[in-house]
Design a protein around this ligand. Structure first.
Ligand code: GDP
Ligand code: IMO
Ligand code: MG
Length: 428
């Protein structure tokens, strides 16, 4: 039975929450495999909007077991705030499980995130300020704090002390107050008993479910172009939101994966700093931002907007081995006479259809556009491909060709129901 990875094919906010909710309704487990509360995944059900940061979107579907994988970094305060918020809204959160190997975000790493950004000056990344980068850095440095450490108070105190000592030196050097290791450990220990019943071995849960013939969805945060290895480094997040991250972030082997779904917007957005070749830094971009409601779910920051960039989506197809694309927000593109699509880049006068070898080259990339004829009709009520205006159908066909992957579904509105399914994802 299928194991499906759902991930971002651009720079994030493609509509992974909606896609996960929709596909997740037919699955048994939804496992978040990377990132933390830097994510903001929106799901709209019967006109009710849910913004999820740390919890897997599967929590909204009855009968689904949501799991926070070992690849995730967990801010415990945010976890419980979000659980309380969802419970107050009538969502049953009792099935949530958390990997005992997941790392937690101690309060000092939020300060470190801010201190690092300040030190970068004009080269700042524009992080979400949630302590994500410093927590993954601690993990790699082997000084991280894991969920399982919350049940060994003495060991935890020693680990916090060791990790905090060098950070306190940084805090004093930039004029910030130093933190007390005992107080930080107490903050973490305060919720330990509430977490104990949720702890699991995510690899065992996932593989046992697959052995039983159940369906598992792996939900990615962030996106391919924000990947620490494959994205626009250093303007990236500190995890692997790509398909490989699903394997390491949940303890499942590549031979078990049946489908890799890349979620892509019918245009492009980006939050934070870094190169963005098709960016519209003008009134056309501003109009697209307003029309598409492009403001961050996590930080409220306006998203940068631009036309569809087929070079990066083709790259996402390759890096992730995409089997399907879930194209979102096509409805936002109604009303343009023509819609430019970036098919290649020109870098220092030479045309390329691939990502260049170096970031400096990518920063100089000038998009080569093809103009596709637009359409005026409101398509938000369309539920079959044939219902779409001919020019919208042609736009999809061209994007599919350029992306080298089939477009499995098309989003025409934020609601659960506002989707055109072209091919069944599961069971075909
Ligand atoms: P995620 O981070 O990938 O889950 O995406 P976000 O939730 O941050 O941003 C996507 C936004 O687009 C949300 O406000 C969604 O409700 C909305 N959305 C998703 N799919 C569609 C669609 O097909 N059409 C429209 N108009 N909005 C959509
Ligand atoms: P979802 O899952 C869009 C961006 C930040 C910043 C960079 C590094 O909702 O698609 P970080 O706090 O992770 O160290 O910030 O990555 N970023 C996102 N952009 N969507 C996200 O998540 C993002 N998560 C991080 O804006 O540029
Ligand atoms: Mg988002």
């Amino acid at each position: 039975m299928p194991a499906v990875i759902v991930l971002g094919a651009q720079w994030g906010d493609e509509g992974k929450g909606k896609a996960t909710d929709q596909i997740g309704q037919q699955t048994d487990l939804v496992v978040k495999f990377n990132g933390g509360n830097n994510a903001g995944h929106t799901v709209v059900i019967d006109g009710e909007t849910y913004a999820l940061h740390l919890l897997p979107a599967g929590i909204l579907s009855e009968g689904v077991t949501p799991i926070i994988g070992n690849g995730v970094v967990v801010d415990i305060d945010v976890l419980f705030a979000e659980l309380e918020d969802m419970t107050a809204r009538g969502v049953d959160c009792s099935r949530l499980m958390i990997s005992s190997n997941a790392h937690v975000i101690p309060s000092y790493n939020k300060l470190m995130d801010a201190a690092n950004e300040k030190a970068r000056g004009k080269n700042q990344i524009g992080t979400t300020g949630r302590g994500i980068g410093p927590t993954y850095a601690d993990k790699m440095n082997r000084i991280g704090i894991r969920v399982q450490d919350l049940f060994d108070p003495e060991g935890l105190r020693a680990k916090v002390e060791a990790a905090l000592a060098p950070k306190n030196k940084v805090f004093s050097s930039v004029g910030l107050d130093v933190l007390d290791a005992g107080a930080v450990a107490d903050e973490l220990l305060a919720h330990a008993e509430r977490i104990r019943p949720m702890m699991c071995d995510v690899s065992l849960e996932v593989n046992t479910a697959l052995d039983r013939g159940q369906t598992v969805l792996f939900e990615g945060g962030q996106a391919t172009m924000l990947d620490i290895d494959h994205g626009t480094y250093p303007f990236v997040t500190s995890s692997n939101p790509t398909a490989g991250g699903a394997l390491t972030g949940a303890g499942v082997g590549p031979t078990r994966i049946d489908r890799v779904v890349g979620v892509a917007k019918a245009y492009t957005t980006r939050v934070g700093e870094g190169p963005f070749p098709t960016e519209l830094d003008d009134e056309v971009g501003e109009a697209l931002r307003i029309k598409g409601g492009e403001f961050g779910v996590t930080t409220g920051r306006p998203r940068r907007t631009g036309w569809f960039d087929a070079v990066i989506v083709r790259y996402a197809t390759r890096v992730n081995g995409l089997t399907d694309i879930c194209l979102t927000k096509l409805d936002v593109l109604s009303g343009y006479e023509t819609i430019p699509v970036c098919v290649a880049y020109e870098i220092d006068g030479a045309r390329t259809e691939e990502m260049p070898l170096d970031q400096a080259g990518f920063a100089r990339a000038v998009p080569v556009y093809e103009e596709m004829p637009g359409w005026d009709e409101d398509i938000s009520g369309c539920r079959a491909f044939e219902d779409l205006p001919a020019n919208a159908q042609a736009y999809i066909a061209r994007l599919e060709e350029l992306s080298r992957c089939r477009i499995q579904s098309i989003g025409v509105g934020p609601g659960r129901e506002a989707t055109i399914i072209r091919y069944p994802l599961l069971g075909d």
